[in-house]
Design a protein around this ligand. Structure first.
Ligand code: NDP
Length: 281
């Protein structure tokens, strides 16, 4: 605030590619509703230019920015400190400039957890199965680690599932791994989170969910297509299903709350986002 006039705050998302990003639309809708004087841009930053881009954003007085593929891990050496969430995930999707220092944070996993809380009571012991062990799975598993949940991780490349389960245990969570394919776990799962990129091109899942308990919560973190073949089959087995749009929403909401230290206008952000990608029925 300068002489009673609010100075405009600047935010952005950096990634490569970046044209598809819905973050500007979601955040700008939020500023409008909350009455904030701020803008949010998207910048394509190639990997070789990441260090310069970070210095540039700081020099230009940006308040904060989001970080997406492929920079979430590569940005770590350019930051001054990391929050517990970023340390746990080993990746950063949100940066805040605090008294000139760059603070890296991670809201991807907590975004999924917040979207899940509308469907599941995480304080009760739950068996949660995660399919996949890539970057997204890692953020989710590490965000679930502090809850009273028993994680089972399955991945096509089994070593990655084993490593992730071990990391969850190092942080005090409960986790183990199982072979990629159907098994006893199907009947035991309270919740199943599909994090692989299999459904992106409308491909079918390599194994069936036959035997899953009706009423279990099944998540596919993809939202384009809006309903993957995986979610469609879970629906026919009477599961409660959700796609990844609310994960995207709540990673943005959590980033907003980290930047402004204030509650985000969730409904406005949600409406802006859903308008962009929910198919008209
Ligand atoms: P990564 O490349 O880090 O990981 C990909 C994962 O998918 C690995 O577990 C990989 O297994 C598995 N996989 C890929 N192809 C196959 C296949 N044909 N059969 C079996 N397993 C396969 O990607 P991310 O974790 O960053 O992203 C994964 C998905 O999540 C993407 O579709 C992305 O769009 C989505 N996403 C959604 C978000 C949201 O906000 N809703 C946020 C972030 C990501 P393996 O280890 O064996 O290679």
């Amino acid at each position: 605030n300068f002489g009673g006039i609010d100075l405009e705050k600047h935010f952005a998302v950096i990634g490569d590619p970046i044209a598809h990003s819905l973050s500007p639309i979601m955040h700008q809708a939020g500023y409008k509703t909350a009455g904030y004087v701020a803008d949010y841009q998207k910048f394509q930053v190639i990997p070789e230019a990441l260090g310069e881009a970070v210095q540039g954003l700081r020099a230009l007085g940006f308040t904060g920015w989001n970080v997406t593929v492929p920079h979430k891990e590569a940005i770590l050496p350019y930051l001054d400190e990391l929050t517990v969430e970023a340390q746990r995930a080993g990746a950063v999707n949100t940066v805040k400039v605090k008294q000139g220092r760059l603070v890296g944070h991670n809201t991807d996993g907590s975004g999924l957890v917040r979207s899940l809380e509308d469907y599941l009571e995480l304080s009760e012991a739950k068996k949660i199965v995660i399919l996949g062990a890539g970057g997204a799975a890692k953020g989710i598993a590490m965000a679930l680690a502090p809850f009273n949940v028993d994680l089972l991780i399955l991945n096509r490349t089994p070593e990655r599932a084993k490593e992730l389960a071990q990391k969850v245990r190092e942080y005090g969570g409960q986790a183990s791994q199982a072979a990629w394919g159907p098994g006893e776990w199907i009947a035991q799962a309270d919740c199943l989170i599909q994090t692989t990129s299999i459904g992106l091109k409308n491909e079918s899942y390599p194994f069936s969910l036959e035997g899953i308990r009706p009423g279990s919560v099944v998540v596919d973190i993809i939202f384009n297509p809006w309903e993957t073949p995986f979610l469609k089959s879970a629906k026919t087995l009477d599961c409660r299903v959700l796609n990844g749009i609310d994960m995207l929403l709540y990673q943005g909401v959590n980033a907003w709350e980290f930047w402004f230290e204030d509650r985000a206008p969730v409904e406005a952000m949600k409406m802006a986002l859903y308008q962009q990608c929910k198919p008209i029925r």
